[in-house]
Design a protein around this ligand. Structure first.
Ligand SMILES: O=C[C@H](O)COP(=O)(O)O
Length: 334
């Protein structure tokens, strides 16, 4: 027996999220998380229930998949990235759904783009040019991505470089050792410095949860990142042994809720790494809807970090429209 996420959920997908002010951060306070211990089996039970008891009914699935497209940070972070690959990715971000499919869904006149394009710092300028006039922001990883083990001055300089090249969003990585040794004040200070270096660019703090050993550490690192002024907290670089999972995402969502209750600030969430299927996308959107509410299904507060998700979403939409599946190689980019 499954509960469908209701018709209201599908209807209000067209509503626009309320603008909200940026998270300014607060002074470091370990009392906000010191006493919190996360119970792994309770978290696993909750996430298992979410995806077995909750479904999005067939007729609303396409609306949810269109919503998923709008919150993708379409990503390429590979050593062999070239300006040409980035330009192709940007073209896909502008037109993420094949014109015939958009027509068939009655979306022909409607603006449909991905949430952002996410690249390495030296690829930012080309992406900004390729996206000119589209309104699509460029996100850049920085701070010695993915390990974050370069000297602080260089990590901060890398942020300033990416912002100078035109990045509107910066995805920073944290020093995992600060978490693993319980040096929460050092973690707060480093993230606060990074936030300052970002200036007006929005900062997403990548926690690299697969490296953090426990869900309690994930909760505590989430809270510290928000205290330090992160606009988003993000699970993974895509390069850890384990990347985005639903249990980790549930813990981070609960931390976002707790931070909102304490400060009134809404912090965004970005699961990233290994999210490849339309089914995955629906599971995460259900999690957001259930745990944080409707606003966390909009690009202002939710993104998927993904290099391969869009291809499967387009394929599932094609199946919905034509009744057939096309070969994977017809959806080459992303
Ligand atoms: O931040 C984005 C991730 O690097 C993307 O990971 P992925 O290539 O597994 O989708």
């Amino acid at each position: 027996m499954t509960d469908a996420v209701g018709a209201g959920a599908a209807r209000d997908l067209v509503q626009v999220a309320q603008p909200h002010s940026r998270n300014q951060g607060v002074a470091f306070d370990a009392a906000w998380f010191d006493a919190t211990d996360i119970n792994l089996s309770a978290v696993e039970r909750r996430t298992a229930t979410l995806t077995t008891r909750r479904t999005v009914k067939k007729e609303w699935q396409v609306a949810w998949l269109i919503k998923a497209i709008e919150v993708i940070d379409l990503t390429t972070l590979a050593g062999d990235d070239t300006p040409g690959r980035v330009a192709r990715l940007c073209a896909k971000a502008r037109n993420p759904l094949r014109a015939d499919l958009a027509d068939a869904l009655g979306l022909a006149g409607r603006r449909l783009t991905t949430g952002a394009v996410c690249v390495y710092p030296t690829m930012v300028a080309g992406a900004v040019r390729a996206l000119d006039g589209s309104g699509i922001p460029v996100a850049s990883v920085a701070t010695g991505f993915p390990a974050g083990l370069t000297p602080m001055a260089e990590r901060l300089a890398e942020i300033r470089y990416a912002v100078g090249q035109g990045a509107a969003e910066i995805d920073i990585v944290i020093t995992r050792a600060h978490v693993l040794t319980g040096n929460w004040a050092a973690l707060h200070d480093e993230i606060a410095l990074m936030r300052e270096a970002c200036g007006d660019a929005h900062m997403k703090a990548i926690l690299a949860t697969g490296d953090l050993k426990t869900l309690t550490n994930v909760y505590r690192a989430s809270m510290v990142a928000m205290q330090a002024g992160a606009d988003f907290i993000k699970t993974s670089t895509g390069m850890e042994g384990v990347n985005a999972t639903l249990p980790v995402s549930l813990v981070m969502a609960r931390a976002i809720r707790d931070y909102l209750e304490r400060t009134g600030h809404k912090v965004g969430f970005k699961p990233a790494g290994g999210i490849r299927t339309a089914k995955d996308a629906l599971a995460w959107l259900i999690l957001m809807r259930e745990e944080l509410g409707r606003e966390w299904m909009e690009p202002e507060l939710f993104r998927f970090g993904a290099s391969g998700l869009l291809a499967d979403i387009e394929r599932q939409i094609e199946h919905f429209v034509t009744g057939r599946y096309s070969a994977n190689d017809r959806h080459g980019v992303a």
